[in-house]
Design a protein around this ligand. Structure first.
Ligand code: CUA
Length: 299
């Protein structure tokens, strides 16, 4: 239902159905009341229209009628209140064992950091069926973290943390929007939430083990050798040569790393040609840490 109806965003989280049900209920109630008002309007306009020689009849109050139009709306509003409160509390209360993701908003990008330390920019990879809690803050002005397909939206404020959570139900790529006007490029402050099958999620990221000096098959069918210049280019201009089977999703580190750090990274990738897997991963995190701390200094 509604899958090809562009006015209705996809439903891809556990809360989405609850929000939609309430919304549809409000829509139907509003529609019925609007209909009632217009039917009465037309009926009374015809029934009590001006006729020459007929005097207007004055009607003075009716207790049963007034009770009816007070009690029925009261009942409807109480239903809306309690239903809304239930959905609100569900949406506002992250499960205690949720995976945490730190989100930093700034003009005009989203920086997301997983509990295990992986960082992403304008993109968040999550596995399907896991509770994910975002702990969010802003580096400058007020932004708003909005994922229509998950039916969640939460303001992101400077100087404090706000929280939002979801459990994705369907693999796919969903829009992330900034929903609070935050300056000239507010409309460009967008990203995507990539929901993957758990196995696919665990296998994220290419393995750099033994890459150096070997031929690399590219997306366009060419084969290049993974030499120093290739590694350098892949860090500074990651879109230039896309490895077969991967998507052009790497952010550039242009301007964020010095020539010395680049040399160190090239040397590191070279060293992976011999290193054992255990050594490689500890070195990898040390090296990424260096990159990241440099990155934050620049910003
Ligand atoms: Cu950030 Cu609008």
């Amino acid at each position: 239902m509604f899958t090809n109806f562009p006015l209705w965003p996809e439903r891809a989280s556990t809360i989405a159905g609850n929000v939609d049900a309430l919304f549809i209920f409000l829509l139907i109630v509003s529609g019925l009341i609007t209909l009632l008002i217009f039917v009465c309007l037309v009926y009374f306009a015809a029934r009590y229209r001006y006729r020459p020689g007929v005097l207007a009849e004055q009607i003075e109050g009716s207790t049963p009628l007034e009770l009816t139009w007070s009690i029925i709306p009261l009942f409807v509003f109480v239903v809306i209140f309690f239903w809304g409160a239930v959905v609100f509390f569900k949406e506002r209360t992250p499960p205690a064992d949720a995976t945490e993701v730190y989100v930093v908003a700034k003009q005009w990008m989203w920086k997301l950091e997983h509990a295990e330390g992986q960082r992403e920019i304008n993109e968040l990879h999550v596995p399907v069926g896991r509770d994910v809690k975002m702990i969010m803050t802003s580096q400058d002005v007020i932004h708003s973290f909005f994922i229509p397909a998950f039916r969640i939206k939460q303001d992101v404020l400077p100087g404090r943390y706000t929280v939002a959570w979801f459990r994705a139900t369907k693999p796919g790529t969903y829009h992330l929007f900034c929903a609070e006007y935050c300056g000239t490029q507010h409309s460009g402050m967008i990203g995507s939430i990539v929901v993957q099958e758990p196995a696919q999620y665990e296998a994220r990221g290419p393995n750099l083990q033994g890459v150096f000096g070997k031929p690399v098959l590219l997306e366009d069918g060419r084969t290049v050798t993974a030499d120093e210049n290739y590694i350098r280019e892949s860090i500074l201009d990651p879109g230039a040569k896309i490895v077969n089977g991967y998507k052009p999703v790497m952010p550039t580190f242009q301007g964020l790393v010095s020539e010395e750090q680049l040399n160190a990274l090239v040397a590191y990738v070279k060293s992976l040609a011999q290193a054992s897997p255990g050594q490689a991963s500890s070195k990898a995190s040390a090296s990424t840490d260096a990159l990241q701390s440099k990155g934050s200094q620049v910003e």
